[in-house]
Design a protein around this ligand. Sequence first.
Ligand SMILES: NC(=O)c1ccc[n+]([C@@H]2O[C@H](COP(=O)([O-])OP(=O)(O)OC[C@H]3O[C@@H](n4cnc5c(N)ncnc54)[C@H](OP(=O)(O)O)[C@@H]3O)[C@@H](O)[C@H]2O)c1
Length: 299
Amino acid sequence: MNIFITGASGYIGGSIALHLMKSGHHIRGLVRDAAKAERLRALGIEPVLGDLDNKQLLMQEAGNADAVINCASSDHRPAIEALLEGLAGSGKPLLHTSGSSTVGDAVAGKSLSDKIFDEDTPLIVAEGKQARYELDRRIIDAAGTMDIRTVILCNTLIYGTGKGLHPDSVQIPALVDHARACGIVQIVGPGLNRWATVHIDDVCALYQLALEKAPAGSFYFVENGEASLADIAAAIGKRLGIAKIEGLSEEDAIAVWGLGRARYSLGSNSRIRGIRARKELGWQPQHASAIAWIEEEMA
Ligand SMILES: NC(=O)c1ccc[n+]([C@@H]2O[C@H](COP(=O)([O-])OP(=O)(O)OC[C@H]3O[C@@H](n4cnc5c(N)ncnc54)[C@H](OP(=O)(O)O)[C@@H]3O)[C@@H](O)[C@H]2O)c1
């Protein structure tokens, strides 16, 4: 297939692009930086220079592709509207990368939630994450209203080394970078909160399965395991040889990582079970432990 991927220079998009190329697919990748475009070309990805605000370009690329995968942003609604418009009436697949911070609770690391969500559980969505949740709904609805085979892949905390230009994910690298800069592993509060996790290689395998056979309008949580932020911090400390681990107040954490990441990502619970992908698509994730990856493999 000719596949148009946004976020081709990023962690998820780059990894998926290279993974799909191995199966013989041709990838056109959106990239907003000319130097990165040349680096993508060297990897065999055909660069499309532009950004998510370029409606005409996105419509045109979507219209010409056999399939579209959005990996640039879980939140950029105008870009999604443009891709939907370009695909309208085609029945072609649109895979959208969402994230499970939609169910993140703002506990500032102070408690473990007993709420565990799967695809059949009504979601509890914090006010700050309503827009992402509504965008997911919009994309699912477009399966029926616009005749597009839309699929939401709602990722949990992704770990592992990416395959493309940007090898680092979001949450663990943010903690690692900060720990290396200040010599202390800092987290939000005591880190009693837990996140569901998944390895990037298993993510790539699931996107491929979804591309091949997910029904229109489907939603999958992407999960294989869970870890508390305290255990992640301990593993980072062990890997970096840093003994001191410290819990920041939410206010201090926001100053370090920004509001969205400190509150709904590093300081929240996001406890998920990805049941449907296993049942419907036969997904069999191979990597089970973010902690083992940090301690044994993380660069
Ligand atoms: N990593 C995770 O654990 C995880 C889990 C769930 C959801 N998500 C969500 O998935 C999305 C992608 O995550 P990621 O980890 O792959 O992030 P990433 O490595 O930062 O990749 C984002 C990619 O999108 C591109 N991009 C961003 N804004 C753009 C714009 N306005 N126009 C054109 N390109 C743009 C970036 O281009 P540049 O190279 O030019 O910056 C980059 O290639 C994010 O919304 C993230 O919140 C991530």
